[in-house]
Ligand binder design. Sequence first.
Ligand code: PGA
Length: 252
Amino acid sequence: MRRKLLLGNWKMNKTPSQAVEFAKASKDLGKLARSNKVDMGVCVPYIDLVPVKKIIKKSLIVGAENCHYEDHGAYTGEVSIPMLKEIGIDWCIIGHSERRQYDGETSEKCNKKILALLKNGMVPVYCCGESLETYEEGKTKEFVKEQIIAGFKDVAYEDAAKVVIAYEPIWAIGTGKNASEEIAEDICKFIRNIIKDLYDRKVANKIRILYGGSVKPASVKGYLSQKDVDGALVGGASLEVESYKELLTSIL
Ligand code: PGA
């Protein structure tokens, strides 16, 4: 049985003081999620990690939005996995489409990060998803398949199910334009089958696959009631405690 997972992605939002406000107001959220056996958390800008983690502790998952694959070195402006570990962070989003689009993040680079995170006992949340153009050309599946195969290169059998996959069609991110529940299920199921082919049925049944892209309190239940959708990666609706809480209560 795969545990449901709601993960927020704040992107480049919230100064440390705004982040602290959220963290303080989120106490009940963690309790509510836990008592209903839902894993829930927020991935936040680097500068917000320490203050948020200090308040939230283990009540919610607190994750980073990116990391570097090297432990240390001459990489100006980057943050390493040991730095994250030292402040108690063990989740990290990898390969979000905005990073792929604006920062030249390739699946090959994502793969290095995934391997480095797994080596450090951390949870990579690997994002994949196609552009509107690819979607309209009907090439979603071959595109996503390539991203998954490249991302999982050299990931060991015993580590594979520790990765969380997030399917986020780019055309549905921040646009208010949802992919239908059927599309989400079709692609998440397709991804699970790729994992089955790469590993086996046991790994495929265990790995968690999220849907992301304009998920709101009104739409979350529809996605999560799909057989192969185990949760959601949520941008806009995770920015305020009230709407994030509504997201949780609508799936309970
Ligand atoms: P959105 O963002 O929910 O605001 O569409 C999702 C994401 O980019 O992870």
